[in-house]
Design a protein around this ligand. Sequence first.
Ligand code: ADP
Ligand code: MG
Length: 251
Amino acid sequence: MTTDYVLETKGLTHEYARPGRSPLPVLAGLDLQVREGEIAAVIGPSGSGKSTLLNILADLDKPSGGEVRVAGERGVAYMPQKDLLFPWRTIEDNAILGLEVAGVKKKAAREQVAPLFAEFGLDGFEYVYPAQLSGGMRQRAALLRTVAMNRPVLLLDEPFGALDSLTRTQMQLWLAETWQRHGWTIVLVTHDIREAVFLSDSVHVLSPRPARVTRRFEIDLPRPRGAGTFALPEFAGLERQLLDTLLGSSS
Ligand code: ADP
Ligand code: MG
């Protein structure tokens, strides 16, 4: 594979063993190309294999076939679809969890995450417990924990999936702004067309299971993006093209 991308898969296949039945094919030759510093969305119907793909990219599961290449030695930080905060730990202690697992001492980990709280809208909430936060704040705390790992690539699995639509839009605006400052490379799994168009530089559209990429879109809407972006005529055009591709690939 070439080295133009920070993360790349080629012909990725995966199947799950099923007792007493033939294996379930989930990925069927999936090609993904992610450039440094971009937000690359992966959009596909529910059950198409998106979380399976991220598990493989995070090296939690071995693919049945094909290639995965992640540039550099430092790997990825993964926010799984159900990234639960531990209810008995404060937000700060949740935030340092990944670092602690990676062997960083508590005090050093706390110093490392401290500057992130203001940016994540969690200033003053370091010592409260997850149950005391709103849904949006809990998601930002889970994102903070992922970012705190300080890895070059973030894998986010439907990070705003469980939020009401207004909170979701607020989170999208916040992420666009925060990403603009940091320039993270993000693989964003979503089933929300509007979210994919608003946040991304490229969108990989998956077929229904077993998944492959039916089409890759470049989203060249101007940056920085904000509430006005949703009203751009090109925005509606891109939404329409994505919808057509998703519907076309499910017929
Ligand atoms: P998505 O995230 O796109 O909704 P998943 O990757 O979670 O899809 O799942 C794809 C398919 O693989 C689904 O049919 C799901 O039931 C199946 N699946 C997921 N994980 C496992 C597993 N560990 N063992 C067996 N089947 C699985
Ligand atoms: Mg999933």
